[in-house]
Design a protein around this ligand. Sequence first.
Ligand SMILES: Cc1ncc(COP(=O)(O)O)c(C=O)c1O
Length: 387
Amino acid sequence: MSPFVESVVAAVRGVVGQGPVALHEPAFQGNEWAYVKECLDTGWVSSVGKFVDRFEHDLASYTGAGYAVAVVNGTAALQVALTVSGVRAGDEVLVPAMSFVATANAVWHAGAQPHFVDSDENTLGMSMPALEAHLDEVVEMREGKAFNRHTGRRLAAVVPMHTFGHPVDLSSLAAIADRYGLAVVEDAAESLGSYFDGRHTGTFGRCGVLSFNGNKIITTGGGGAILTDDAELARRAKHLTTTAKAPHRWSFSHDEIAFNYRLPNLNAALGCAQLEQVGAFLAGKRRLAERYETAFADLSGVTFVKERAGTQANYWLQTLLLDVDHAVYRDDLLAALNDAGFMSRPVWDLLSGLPPYRESPAAALSVAQSLAERIVNIPSSPGLADG
Ligand SMILES: Cc1ncc(COP(=O)(O)O)c(C=O)c1O
């Protein structure tokens, strides 16, 4: 093992103790049992119930969004958020090439084509200067709408994603989106508890989405939510995700082809209990980040990724970034960390290189390509901070 790899493994061990240690584990230490038991005791386990309403209310008040619509997962949330924000079949939607596959899949499920954009070395999210330069080159404006001059398709929306909980530059994005008439739909799946300029991520665009998958800051087992300040978009999102059923005490009438994307009451019960503890989860993650930051401060060849000025990160996945000349060590490092029982992983393969998206339009992606070779996520569970 090279001295560099050895020193990184030792630094992780110094923070988290002996392995095995998971990448990110859920913690159920609050009212989870009581709320789930209440669903079982009352029979309200399925598509409606008081915990669904309460979870939507609690999410809106926690994030500051006008409305929250709870759905079955983050991917479905993003698909419907895009649709209600105006994305139509045959459109293109700008997304970061460096993201989880769901970001592109949701665009596809909404009937549109993902169009990949480069990343920013500092935020790890979409690069705003690269986005602007790319749009200047490919866009032809017609009656206030942006069209891709190469494919002829309308560019309808842009999806910023806050990688591992680090917010992108949402104020520059707002100016660019305004100039090109693009709807902003935030993929805030990873950024519950992250803020840009004091405002919660997911509340800047026309819509934003959250995920409550098992590995997220809070979990409902599986689940997601659409956030919006627009009452009509919220009403439409709720309608489309609940089979477009016309409200009536007994009749079953549906006014369009829609989806069964409802979050069951059972899952929402878990979500209510988890959201009560979100402050403690975030505080644990911040303490863990501080300990990693100290452990890696004097190590050359690698940087612990810290939150940027003007932002508050939730530190969902704790992240190491290897220097360019240390990228060669990445696979040895992943092997050594995992062998030592410290579950660690690289960032996702770039979406633009995946078989289903190889033909999709893309900007130059040199920064994303470099980042994809240098990122390593290390154990991130909030409880590790005090272990
Ligand atoms: C960036 C990003 N977008 C979307 C999703 C999709 O969420 P879900 O797994 O709840 O469908 C996830 C996580 O799983 C994600 O990390």
